[in-house]
Design a binder for this molecule. Structure first.
Ligand code: MRU
Length: 341
């Protein structure tokens, strides 16, 4: 598959996910402001991918700073970090990556600025590589939950497109397939931005994994008919008690799954766990532009002009609905996730 994001000859190249599946085009970021725009406008999206983009944005911003004095350099770098950190509030990977880049800078403060600029690029690339490895390991851990012949419901896109590559929820599905299991995937379309219809359906078809696209309101119908064996989703932030924020509508899927006795799993790397918050109530939920709801891709209007609209991008699934959280360190009951610290 085409890389979701890469550092290439001094620029950050993002696969433009707003254009998929109709066009495979790239958004080249030459400044950290471009990277912030890429994150905010969903050119790159998905919690781990947002983290990688943030790290590369910090490295790019570092190249733009013109000083030989460490204190001045670090002050400017903090401005870069604050700007990138203001793009999207829910996915904790964004803040995790920014903090890692800041700490890495401080731990290299004795080096000349020109050298610090170089090693920041290396560190951002390391975050990318570590994420790909984490997804593959997570996939191997999670594949045990999938049996030959299963049909899996997923929501949004938690695939290669949402990570450095391979994916979290879709990584588990890929690993099960690599083990030789015959599996099918039902992808929720995921209104309002349609990550399921546009991205998950595209990504799975590219990989030759059988995928059926359904609208968001069909999940209960297919669960009741016995056509879904398990659900696997990704996460944007996991609280210490195992509550999980993920794409809006995930909570409804989890409740439906419980009603039908279907296990509901979450796959996410450690960088998605926010050890600082005790429960999901503390997770900030991004409220996005109402035009995402009133219009299809800013083009076709589908609601009366000026109708009142709410557009929270995420919801929180309480830990009690989750059978297990799959991480690169193994699979955990949600109530045990806080111990991973
Ligand atoms: O608004 P998005 O597209 O960034 O939302 C993405 C999701 O909700 C994903 O399910 C989540 O980030 C996990 S990605 C591995």
């Amino acid at each position: 598959m085409v890389p979701t994001i890469e550092w290439k000859d001094g620029i950050v190249r993002m696969l433009d996910q707003t254009r998929l599946p109709l066009e495979v085009t790239f958004f080249d970021c030459r400044t950290y402001h471009d990277v912030a725009k890429g994150i905010k406008d969903l050119i790159i999206r998905g919690a781990p991918a947002i983290g990688i983009a943030a790290a590369m944005g910090v490295a790019l911003g570092a190249q733009e700073i013109n000083t030989k004095n460490f204190k001045n350099f670090y002050d400017e770098l903090e401005k870069v970090c604050n700007h990138i950190g203001s793009t999207r509030p829910t996915a904790v990977n964004l803040f995790w990556a920014i903090n890692r880049m800041k700490e890495f800078t401080l731990s290299n403060k004795e080096k000349p600025i020109i050298e610090i600029k170089k090693v920041l690029i290396d560190e951002a690339n390391r975050i990318l590589q570590e994420d790909i490895e984490a997804c593959k390991t997570m996939g191997r851990h999670g594949a045990q939950f999938i049996k030959d012949g299963d049909t899996i419901l997923t929501r949004c896109n938690a695939g290669a497109l949402a990570t450095g590559g391979y994916g979290t929820a879709l990584g588990v599905i890929r690993a099960a397939k690599e083990e030789g299991k015959e599996i099918k995937v039902f992808a929720d379309e995921t209104r309002p931005v349609l990550q399921g219809a546009r991205l998950t359906a595209w990504e799975l078809m590219e990989d030759g994994i059988a995928v059926t696209l359904i609208t968001d309101n069909m999940a209960g119908y297919f669960m009741k008919k016995g056509m879904i064996n398990l659900c696997i989703v990704g996460a944007d932030r996991i609280a210490r008690n195992g509550d999980v924020a993920n794409k809006i509508g995930t909570y409804s899927v989890a409740v439906l799954a419980r009603e039908h006795g279907i296990p509901f799993y979450v796959a996410a790397p450690l960088s998605t766990i926010d050890f600082n918050i005790p429960s999901g109530e503390h997770i900030p939920i991004e409220e996005r532009n109402p035009a995402e709801v009133s219009h299809i891709f800013g083009k076709t209007q589908i609601a009366p002009s000026k109708v009142r609209i709410l557009n929270p991008a995420f919801d929180v699934t309480p830990a009690r609905y989750i059978a297990a959280i799959i991480t690169e360190k193994g699979c955990f009951k949600p109530e045990d996730i806080g111990r991973l610290k």
